[in-house]
Design a protein around this ligand. Structure first.
Ligand code: V47
Length: 382
């Protein structure tokens, strides 16, 4: 395509976005063409982002808990997993898990993000028990836990229906589900990077079941490895189709592949330009998902700040104890303080707003950090 053709095509896309019309597969693939200006796409995505979320830059105060890294699956992109008998393998004790809850409480966390390996020997009750114990001791902390891949495993272990499993986990304290395990849905890619685990149909079915029983979930896409633009756009359209049906996704998180210590370590990690393009294209394609998260742990702080002008409105949380990206070579710090995260949002020209997991605004007593409220005067933690 020569440059007048590119200009004309971009104008058609701009008109569609401004009129609230939907972009199709070909539009999305075009936006990934290297000759199409990243900044033109970014400007349009920023316009869309400001239509939906104004000038707000969301963050939360959260912590991660990965109760075990032992996993029956061997996803080629994963540096975190361990074999059963590998010295690197660990399983956290109940005391360690409760201590993490206590630490989260003392640090004013509103959310624990809980994911881990599918241990060969631990039963469903162990996973359920983690939620139950944490929820009983720290009911004010929202438990965002277990990806669709774990839920698929629990369905296999319990022989119960998806909705029975999900309702049982909700009864134990599950507040919502993270978006992991989606990777790239298209079988041409999925068969190369994680052929054994829950496929696209299953991942979608699980999120649909969660939405239908009232659980909100997030969605992700792992990019920058063996996939092409076609596979990314196909992935986004499948997410958009489910969102049309249920409206249960809160935020989309594009996840940049980190190759170190993985079976794909010969690949180069995606550039910052690719990261920003993916944020922008996601904002434009996913016209029905309210939030786009630029996960600073994975993007790096500078790119996450820039992403706030390329379609993202959220940069995740203060985060502590993150292992999945740090095992795969992420060089970002393990934690940001509240002041640091607010400052980096301000530097990006946005208004920092603390949210809880379901995007209600959090209000805190200035002198007592662990006293906080959410939303419309709902008292959550005093
Ligand atoms: O499913 C694993 C990805 C995901 C690597 O819902 C990797 O708020 C890059 O889903 N390089 C888990 N990516 C993390 C995740 C997530 C993160 C932050 C917020 C939320 C949310 C969800 O991490 C996995 C996989 O796609 N992943 N290994 C790697 N080497």
């Amino acid at each position: 395509m020569n440059s007048p053709q590119i200009k004309d095509r971009l104008k058609v896309i701009r008109d569609k976005v401004e009129q609230g019309a939907r972009l199709n597969l070909d539009d999305g693939i075009f936006l990934y063409e290297p000759d199409v200006s990243l900044h033109a796409i970014g400007e349009l995505a920023n316009w869309k982002r400001e239509q939906i979320n104004g000038n707000v830059g969301y963050y939360n105060i959260n912590t991660h808990l990965n109760p075990t890294n032992v996993c029956v699956y061997r996803c080629r992109f994963c540096a975190f997993r361990s074999d059963l008998r590998d010295p690197k393998g660990y399983v956290m004790s109940d005391e360690q898990i409760i201590a993490r809850g206590q630490e989260a409480f003392e640090n004013g966390c509103t959310e624990m993000h809980i994911v881990g390996g599918l241990h060969h020997k631990l039963g469903y009750d162990w996973y359920r028990g983690i939620l139950e114990k944490l929820h009983a001791s720290f009911p004010q902390i929202h438990l965002k836990g277990w990806t669709a891949v774990e839920i698929d495993w629990f369905e296999f272990l319990t022989k119960k229906s998806l909705k029975e499993v999900l309702s049982d986990l909700r009864d134990a304290g599950l507040g919502s589900m993270p978006g992991g395990g989606a990777e790239i849905f298209h079988p041409e890619v999925r068969d190369q990077i994680c052929e054994h685990k829950a496929n696209a149909t299953k991942w979608i079915e699980i999120h649909q079941a969660a939405h239908e029983i009232g659980l909100k979930t997030n969605c992700t896409m792992l990019y920058g490895h063996v996939e092409q633009a076609y596979h990314r756009i196909d992935h986004l359209i499948r997410l958009r189709d489910l969102q049309d049906k249920t409206g249960g996704f809160q935020t989309f998180i594009p996840l940049a592949f980190h190759p170190e210590n993985t079976k794909l370590s010969h690949l180069k990690k995606p550039s910052a330009l690719m990261d920003l393009r993916t944020v922008a294209v996601s904002r434009l394609m996913l016209d029905n998902v309210p939030h786009i998260k630029a996960y600073w742990i994975m993007l790096g702080i500078g790119t996450a700040q820039a992403a706030l002008a390329y379609g993202a409105d959220d940069i995740d949380g203060t985060v502590r104890h993150e292992l999945i990206y740090h095992d795969a070579g992420a060089t970002t710090p393990e934690i940001l303080t509240v002041d640091q995260i607010r400052q980096l949002i301000i530097e990006a020209g946005r208004e920092p707003v603390e949210r809880d997991t379901v995007y209600r605004r959090v209000h805190r007593d200035a002198d007592q950090f662990t006293h906080w409220w959410v939303g419309e005067d709902v008292l959550v933690n005093v």
